[in-house]
Design a protein around this ligand. Structure first.
Ligand code: GRF
Length: 201
């Protein structure tokens, strides 16, 4: 049984989709949800789902004790599902190729610091894009720059606003995120770090 640790800051609809996808099967389970906001919706849901949670402040998040505690779970993957803080380099180094993020646009466009949630969707609409989508990628030391694992696309309609576009993007996320994690777990990419940049093969 694989253990996933999910980091989330918001309502946690992706955490829920992952939890529901793996269900009561023997493949994977969420062992811990790490959250940086005590009022985040994800915590209320996690309590109902009886998933352990840990609300961290900056100091804890940056501490060695935090790293040690995470290691005790022996996670196959750390899953960033709408988590807003940058991941410290020490954490990236310990869990290299095991931290996976989902971004609600087609990277490398519309990524980087400050590009989250509605900011992303408004930027896509303001740029007049006819298409947006999701990017699932490994996390490295730079925001939204790690190796891309997969992307999925959807149209941007002329009458879209950030809410309607966010709804369409969430639909893609809830379908593809759990299945991509399953793929990583089954192929062992997550454990071996064999994934290489498309540009370097
Ligand atoms: C998702 O759109 C994700 O791509 C982005 O933040 C949002 C989180 O939504 N990084 P939720 O909390 O999983 O509902």
């Amino acid at each position: 049984m694989h253990t996933l640790i999910v980091f989330a800051s918001g309502q946690g609809s992706n955490a829920r989709a992952i939890h529901e996808y793996f269900g009561r099967g023997q493949q994977a389970r969420i062992g811990l949800i790490v959250c940086n906001r005590a009022d985040a919706g994800v915590l209320t849901w996690a309590q109902h789902a009886e998933i352990p949670t840990w609300v961290v402040d900056r100091q804890t998040f940056m501490s060695e004790d935090f790293l040690r505690q995470l290691q005790t779970y022996q996670p196959s993957l750390i899953v960033l599902a709408g988590f807003l803080w940058k991941i410290p380099d020490a954490l990236v180094a310990i869990f290299r190729n095991k931290i996976v993020n989902i971004h609600p646009a087609l990277l490398p466009d519309f990524g980087g610091k400050g590009m989250y949630g509605a900011h992303v969707h408004r930027a896509v609409i303001e740029a007049g894009k006819k298409e947006s989508g999701i990017t699932i990628h490994y996390v490295d030391e730079v925001y939204d720059s790690g190796d891309i694992i997969m992307q999925a696309r959807c149209p941007v309609h002329p009458d879209d606003d950030d809410l309607t576009l966010a709804g369409r993007i969430h639909g893609l996320e809830h379908f593809f995120f759990p299945r991509t994690l399953e793929y990583l777990l089954q192929t062992g990419f997550a454990a071996s770090g064999q994934y290489t940049k498309a540009s370097s093969v």
